[in-house]
Design a protein. Sequence first.
Length: 365
Amino acid sequence: MNPVLQPQIQELIETAHYRPAVSIFLPFKPVMTSKTMLSHVIKASIDQVERQLLRDYPSEVAKLIMHKLHTLVSNINYNIYKKSIAIYVSPVFEKILYLDIEMEHKIVVDETFEIRDLLYNKKLMKNYLVLLLSGTNGKIYLGENNRLTLIVSPPLKPAYIYRNDLPERVSNFSDISERKKIIMEKFLRHTDASLRIIMDAYKLPLFVIGPERVLGHFKKITHHKAHVIEYLTGSYHEFSVNELEKLLEPLIHNWEKVKQTDLLHKINDAADKHKLVVGPAEIWKEAMCGKGKLLIVEKNYFVSAERQNELRIIPLPPHPYSKFSNIHDAIDDIIEKILLNSGDVEFVEDGMLPEYGGAVLIKHY
């Protein structure tokens, strides 16, 4: 055999041995959905896979895959508190991933596995917070798509509560505007402290709405600048919920822009707290130790590497093949580990992270 052609022929043999690769992505919430209902959806998915395999592949291969698939799903854990599952099966590989991210129902029968397919299939969730301010009061809303729900706890004290807290020399001020300014600042500081509890619980992008003067003071005292996507100036405190929803529609219409702005804010905040990791080898090391909270990576960022006890970046063919794994590059390896440890992964457009080389990891803090 021609020694020049031998590697290419071997790769073709191995690739043929590896395919077909079946991926099934499913919402999976046993706490909220009955086992009977979930089992029905899983069975329907398996039936669809079988039809596609019998149509596109030899019957022997289809039977092998179906046997492995039936064995795998018979061992699904219905007593787990997760949001979705990903089922992977090929002639040489099978695995179930239990995930804390919302997934759309999807079936993929392809030549190879791509764990990125899992992330591209994440359910789009337009979740955000809205702080509505006036000169004397404040409200915090949770936004889910185009619907707002008032968050009652912790309540925001109206500004007049702080009048009795003023020192005597202030309460006797003849300058009423100065007195109002001090009262408003006390109110805004309390509001910001209440907002901290909400932000810690939800960790969502934030929109702040209020009169120009109030927003000016809020910007000076707030500890949440890193989370604010946009300030909307105006006196909207008497708006109904429906009117507020219409007011916010243009701001959340381009959700990709909102999400990527929020991710850049998260990166800057993590850097300030010394919780930002850069470089594929360092990112891989922290992810393998279960320290990865959020991986942010450009869509077409790939890293060829091999690993023993640590990651070593090496030049490999564009699509390296391993019969012992469903992972094709170091970033896929990192993605899987982060998801299994209840972390999250977000893609951004190519060129958004040039100063970080294309990927960053935010550690738990």
